[in-house]
Write a protein that binds this ligand. Structure first.
Ligand code: SF4
Length: 289
C-alpha cells in the first residue's frame, strides 16, 4: 500500500479538491501518512492568490536535502498552480515527478499509481482542452471539518475580467449536473454535515450552459430540500444576480443563510469597463435593490 501526505494552499475550491482527492486515494488503496513516511507528498495549490503560489514555491525547495540523502519522497503538484507553473517546477526540482491541472483531478489517483509503478518517469496531466473535465466521483468524505463541507457546482469561468487568471488556469465555465451535486449533498448530510457551501467562480451563472433551463435558483431550492441544516454559496457576479435567487433565499430562509458575496470591484464605471466586469455602477445598485 502506498502512502501519501497532502498540503493544501489557496481558496475553498482547493480545500474541496484536496478533500475529494483524499477520499478517492483512500478508495484506491492509498493511506495518508505523516510527510516523513510518505511515498508521495501532494501539494495542491493555487496560482490565483500570489501568496499561496509563493508558499508552494518555497515549500518545494525544502525537499532538497532529503532528496539528496534518500532519493525520496516524490512530490506531486496539483491544482491551478500546476497548470500555471507545473512545467517550470518539473524542470527545476528533480523531486517533482507529477503535475496535474485542476481539470484533470479525476485522473490523479491513477496517475500516482503509474508514477509508483514507473519511478523513472515523470507524469504531466495538463489541461490542454479548457472545456474538458475529468471529475473525481463521490463526495468529499475525508474532510478536515466533520460538520461543514464545500460542494463545487461549476468549474472555470467565461468572464475574462482583465485582471484575472482564472479562465486560463481553471478553464471555461462548466456546470456540474444537478443530479450529481444533489447526490453529493445528500451523501454529506448522511455523513453528519450540517452546513454546506456551494462553490463556483460565479455561482449564479450555474446552468447557463444547460439547454433545459435549470438555473441556480432551482439548484438552491433543491439543495435546501436535501436535509442540510444551513446552505451558503460563494461567489456571485453582479451582472448575473437575478431576483429569483433572492426569492428562493426568502422562501427557504430556514436553511439558506442570509449572506451574499457580491464583489463590486470598483466604484468607477471607467475602471469597471477596463476590468471587463460587464456592469456599471448603476446596474450594480439595481441588483442590490
Ligand atoms: S468573474 Fe471572477 S473568476 Fe471570472 S474572470 Fe472575473 S474575477 Fe476571474
Amino acid at each position: 500500500m502506498y502512502r501519501y501526505s497532502i498540503k493544501v494552499y489557496g481558496c475553498q475550491m482547493n480545500v474541496y479538491d484536496g478533500d475529494k482527492l483524499k477520499t478517492a486515494l483512500g478508495a484506491a488503496g492509498w493511506s495518508e501518512a505523516p510527510e516523513e513516511e510518505a511515498d508521495v507528498v501532494i501539494l495542491n495549490g493555487c496560482s490565483i492568490r500570489d501568496k499561496a503560489e509563493q508558499k508552494v514555491w518555497s515549500d518545494l525547495g525544502r525537499f532538497a536535502p532529503r532528496w539528496e540523502r534518500e532519493g525520496r519522497p516524490f512530490v506531486a503538484v496539483t491544482g491551478c498552480i500546476a497548470q500555471n507553473a507545473g512545467r517550470k517546477m518539473l524542470s527545476r526540482f528533480p523531486w517533482v515527478r507529477f503535475i496535474s491541472g485542476p481539470r484533470h483531478i479525476g485522473a490523479v489517483p491513477e496517475g500516482l499509481d503509474r508514477l509508483m509503478a514507473c519511478p523513472g518517469e515523470a507524469v504531466a496531466l495538463l489541461d490542454d482542452d479548457p472545456r474538458a473535465f475529468e471529475e473525481l466521483e463521490g463526495a468529499p468524505l475525508e474532510r478536515g471539518n466533520p460538520w461543514k463541507a464545500y460542494v463545487t457546482i461549476a468549474h472555470g469561468c467565461d468572464n475574462f475580467c482583465s485582471y484575472c487568471i482564472v479562465p486560463y488556469v481553471r478553464g471555461r465555465f462548466l456546470s456540474r449536473s444537478p443530479g450529481e451535486i444533489l447526490e453529493e449533498m445528500a451523501a454529506l448530510v448522511s455523513d453528519g454535515v450540517k452546513e454546506i457551501t456551494l462553490l463556483g467562480q460565479n455561482v449564479n451563472s450555474y446552468g447557463a450552459d444547460f439547454i433545459d433551463g435549470y438555473t441556480f435558483s432551482r439548484l438552491l431550492r433543491d439543495g435546501a430540500a436535501t436535509g442540510v441544516e444551513r446552505l451558503r454559496f460563494v461567489t456571485s457576479h453582479p451582472k448575473d444576480f437575478t431576483p429569483d435567487i433572492v426569492d428562493v433565499m426568502v422562501e427557504r430562509s430556514d436553511v439558506i443563510c442570509p449572506s451574499i458575496n457580491l464583489p463590486i470591484q470598483s466604484g468607477s464605471d471607467r475602471i469597471l469597463k477596463m476590468m471587463n466586469r460587464g456592469y456599471t455602477l448603476d446596474q450594480y445598485r439595481r441588483a442590490m435593490e
